[in-house]
Design a protein around this ligand. Structure first.
Ligand SMILES: C[S@@+](CC[C@H](N)C(=O)[O-])C[C@H]1O[C@@H](n2cnc3c(N)ncnc32)[C@H](O)[C@@H]1O
Length: 293
């Protein structure tokens, strides 16, 4: 058995980091780190998000409760670095109504993640409503990370990262860059023309799944379209509900809206791997965006 044991057949060229991606969701942060040249394994508790992640990038995703006793210790042997994007709703400045979106989103695990014993550690989360909630890292806007900005999305990143990522569009953080699509949210399926809160206000209508994925920096894998037979959705109180096609589609919007923009994770990973500063898909994305607007 190789060094990665149960986590797959990974090799270990010196220039690559072996990164454990906690709270893998549908694998968007992992995809960006893989595009930056690293070997990654994602760990995700939710069976449907884990299922989606197996079609993204390397597909190295393991269904796992990362809070299980002994789990973090088991990673220390096999990984050089760790990326954690814990569930965000309890501290979100962006959410203004309703309960947490998603079944495993109730607890704020940011402080827990910041204490994880890795020398290269990125912890990513939303900005809190109060200034004193935002002292644990640096605020970034996803718009800073590509030559042409694709999305205004404010996120804190902290941990033990000694390298500043290249911010191609603007070195300085700004909460809003004018003329740039607002944050793609997990509730984007609720959008309509008059919506003031979601990215749909940029389009004047609800975004398609493809558009939501585009702004997050990836194309939807065809396998995502098929609702698995075993899938059992739950409402916000944890009660099982019927697994309809609409609920599956909304689950995809949720997975996309909860993700880390692929080009943002790429920027953080690329500083370590020496890959080009510019996200490799920039030109293709710029052409697509020019064709839409
Ligand atoms: C903000 S999302 C992560 C998004 C992901 N990094 C991406 O880029 O697509 C947080 C994820 O943490 C998962 N999660 C919550 N508690 C967990 C736990 N104890 N163990 C593993 N995953 C958990 C949730 O199911 C959710 O998918």
């Amino acid at each position: 058995m190789d060094r990665f044991g149960a986590y797959g057949r990974l090799h270990n060229p010196a220039e690559k980091l072996r990164i454990a991606v906690l709270f893998d969701g549908a694998g968007l942060a992992r995809l960006g780190l893989e595009q930056a040249g690293h070997e990654c394994v994602g760990f995700e508790i939710d069976e449907s998000k884990h299922h989606l992640s197996t079609f993204v990038g390397s597909g190295n995703s393991v269904q796992q409760d990362v809070l299980q006793e002994g789990f973090i210790e088991s990673l220390q042997h096999d990984f050089d670095a760790l990326w954690a994007s814990p569930p965000c709703p309890p501290r979100s400045a962006a959410r203004t109504q309703g309960g947490p979106i998603g079944r495993f989103a109730q607890v704020d695990l940011t402080d827990w993640a910041l204490a994880l014993p890795f020398n290269v550690l990125w912890v990513e989360n939303v900005l809190g409503r109060c200034a004193n909630q935002n002292l644990w890292g640096t605020p970034y806007n996803a718009a800073q990370f590509t030559r042409t900005p694709f999305q205004n999305r404010n996120r804190m990143i902290g941990g033990f990262d000694t390298h500043l990522p290249p911010r191609l569009y603007d070195e300085r953080y700004r909460r809003v860059f004018p003329g740039v699509c607002p944050t793609i949210m997990a509730t984007e399926y609720k959008g309509c023309a008059s919506d003031k809160r979601r990215a749909s206000r940029f389009y004047g209508r609800r975004l398609t799944l493809e558009e939501a994925a585009f702004h997050q920096g990836f194309k939807i894998p065809p396998a995502w379209r098929t609702k698995p037979d075993w899938w059992q959705p739950y409402d916000n109180c944890g009660e099982p509900v019927e697994p309809t096609e609409v609920r599956w589609r909304n689950n995809l919007y949720q997975a996309i809206g909860n993700g880390v923009p692929v080009y943002m994770a790429y920027a953080f990973g690329a500083v370590y791997s020496g890959k080009p500063k510019m996200w490799p898909w920039t030109k293709r994305w710029e052409r697509l965006m020019a064709a839409w607007r």
